[in-house]
Design a protein around this ligand. Structure first.
Ligand SMILES: [Zn+2]
Length: 252
């Protein structure tokens, strides 16, 4: 089976989610993690997870959304949602230092506190890092992330960064960009298959007029094919390994 370890499928409308689930079923995608980005979006993930067997929820506040809502008592709110039987991860959390982002200090506080929450609840973490690799590694080390099961989502770094992630017991999640990016694909080729999981980061792409071009969990098939090509092994070998890795990370 295929497992999409990071998406935002809760952001699709009802009609589109039906299409997406049908496409997923046809392509053997059996588990889809719907990661929240705010308190209300996390609640939507939990709600959607009760409607479809294959959807599981992740709850968390994305670094870009820290100031979007009243985040007063956010740890209590996340804790409550994390106790739902279909919540199996803390995500999407992290650091994003691109221009016009929330203050670095606040981002670090939210990231740290949500990692500590994951530890308290014994849930795995999937995190986002953009323009903040050094700061992220420092924070991950100081929060002893190696004691948790965790995933660097949408990996797009260099091999040095990949090595630092692996040293800290972090799984590396591969998404679609390496299908076209040769530099990235050379890096991913060097990462041991034992350390990889896969994702689509699917969200509704209303800016793409052709609905068929939207990224959906079914696109995991393309990622598997490319990994099989890079590693010069059969697709089924990749599927089995990734399934094993993902189940270990998710503790299922
Ligand atoms: Zn995401």
């Amino acid at each position: 089976m295929l497992i999409d370890i990071h998406t935002h499928v809760q952001q699709f409308n009802n009609e589109d989610i039906e299409i997406l689930i049908n496409n997923s079923r046809k392509n053997n995608v059996k588990i889809i993690i719907a990661a929240g980005t705010t308190i209300s979006d996390s609640q939507n993930s939990v709600n959607l997870s009760t409607k479809y067997d294959e959807i599981y929820a992740a709850v968390g506040i994305h670094p870009q959304n820290i100031l979007d809502e009243n985040t007063n008592k956010y740890i209590e709110k996340l804790t409550e949602m994390a106790k739902h039987k279909k919540t199996i991860m803390i995500s999407e959390i992290g650091l994003d230092f691109q221009e016009n982002s929330p203050e670095k200090k606040i981002q670090k506080e939210f990231f740290y506190e949500q990692i500590i929450l994951a530890k308290k609840l014994n849930l795995p973490v999937a995190f986002h890092v953009r323009n903040a690799e050094k700061e992220a590694i420092d924070l991950l080390k100081s929060s002893k992330i190696n004691e948790l099961r965790s995933v660097a989502h949408y990996f797009s770094g260099n091999y040095d960064y990949a090595k630092k992630l692996i040293e800290n017991n972090i799984y590396i999640s591969v998404a679609k960009p390496f299908l076209r990016d040769e530099i990235l694909s050379d890096v991913i080729k060097k990462i041991p298959i034992e350390q990889l999981v896969i994702e689509t980061d699917s969200y509704p792409q209303y800016f793409k007029k052709n609905r068929l071009r939207w990224t959906e969990p079914k696109d995991l098939v393309l990622i598997v094919e490319k990994l099989a090509n890079l590693k010069k092994v059969k697709s089924q070998f990749i599927i089995d390994k990734i399934e094993q890795n993902s189940k270990y990370v998710l503790n299922i």
